[in-house]
Design a protein around this ligand. Structure first.
Ligand code: NAD
Length: 337
């Protein structure tokens, strides 16, 4: 069984920890936290070994009666792979720690692309991460675009992608983030960082992205236009998407008109935390005009990168190929509605 440690137990870290626990070939070596808040309390309640991420703060856990299994160095030492899910920029600071113990590490999309040689999306470039020591699982938006681009490129070829990303202002628990009652072009000049980030996965892709930030917390929403190299009908594109395990085409009959309904649907389906690991593409929005494909998709920012992290663990440890890993991850999580 692969021992997987999680350093940084917030929005992404706690979801990846639960996903690791559900995998038949992985064990959770433990999770590291900086402070004893409700998430630390829940980690212990789940039986997850809890490590102090900052040695000077060990006493703070003891003061509120939370038992620690040790400090983060011990977690890194006992792990076959560490998933770093700390806030943007902290992963880069932690790289030396992982190197000290010769433990392969996965970083998240908030880190600069040049921190690692390989940025990762399971559908698009699993093989490039095989055996790598440091891999960055790309951000929620880049994951959402990569999952879409890979099958379109294979089936029809892509001349150019143009995408406008309507981004949530913050996650539901990020009470300190705005904007409040505003719509911000962000950045106001072309391109947003997402296009260049997608190119870390598809170096030769022509892609322009624009970003907006809105006062929403539930999902991002992408308005996508792809100029195709070969002719395709909307029905063919839809068929293609319906055969992809991490793309969910929202049926017309479901009456799902926005992010709120998507989340409600996921909660009704019994998804943990109402998570939506798949891209959600509105079936009715898939349209082809000449050689231009158009669609809308929603991306659940808190969870779409979770299965990707699980697959990246298998890639760096070289235990499975892409197809087997994706299938195993999906089955263990309960992917598909
Ligand atoms: P978060 O703030 O919810 O969680 C980060 C956790 O790390 C917190 O619990 C924080 O206390 C802890 N932490 C801070 N400093 C630490 C340290 N030195 N050592 C260990 N832990 C430390 O952040 P998040 O949203 O989970 O984001 C983590 C990473 O994932 C970032 O790179 C982010 O860009 C990326 N990401 C976030 C989202 C999202 O929508 N939330 C989506 C995809 C990728």
């Amino acid at each position: 069984m692969l021992q997987v440690g999680i350093n940084g137990y917030g929005t992404i870290g706690k979801r990846v920890a639960d996903a690791v626990v559900s995998q038949p070939d992985m064990e959770l070596a433990g999770v590291a936290k900086t402070r004893p808040n409700f998430e630390a309390e829940r980690a212990v309640a789940n039986g997850y070994p809890l490590f102090a991420a900052v040695p000077e703060r060990v006493e703070r856990f003891a003061a509120v009666g939370i038992d620690l299994a040790g400090e983060v160095d011990e977690l890194v030492e006992r792990s076959d792979v560490v998933v770093d899910a700390t806030p943007s920029g902290i992963g880069a600071e932690n790289k030396e720690l992982y190197e000290t113990y010769d433990t392969p590490a996965l970083y998240q999309g908030g880190e600069d692309a040049d921190l690692v040689k390989t940025s990762f999306n399971a559908r698009a470039n699993f093989s490039e991460a095989v055996g790598a020591d440091h891999v960055r699982v790309v951000s929620c938006n880049t994951t959402g675009l990569s999952r879409l681009v890979a099958p379109i490129e294979e089936a029809f070829g892509i001349e150019k992608v143009r995408a406008t990303l309507v981004r949530r202002g913050g996650d539901p628990a990020q009470s300190g983030r705005g904007p409040i009652n505003d719509v911000l072009p962000d950045p106001v000049s072309l391109p947003s960082h997402h296009g260049p980030d997608v190119k870390t996965i598809f170096p030769d892709l022509a892609i322009d992205t624009l970003g907006l930030k809105v006062p929403a917390t539930l999902t991002h929403t992408h308005s996508v236009n792809v100029s195709l190299e070969r002719e395709a009908s909307a029905a063919e594109v839809r068929d293609l998407f319906e055969n992809e395990s991490r793309l969910f085409v929202i049926g017309e009959d479901l009456g799902i008109d926005g992010s709120g309904a998507i989340k409600e649907f996921a909660l009704d389906a019994g998804r943990p935390r109402g998570d939506v690991w798949e891209n959600c593409i509105w079936g009715e929005s898939i349209a082809v005009e000449g050689s231009d494909l158009y669609l809308f998709q929603a991306i659940h920012q808190e969870s779409d990168v979770v299965p990707e992290n699980v697959d990246a663990v298998r890639a760096v440890t070289e235990i499975e190929d892409a197809e087997t890993s994706i299938e195993r991850t999906n089955e263990a999580l309960g992917m598909g509605f």
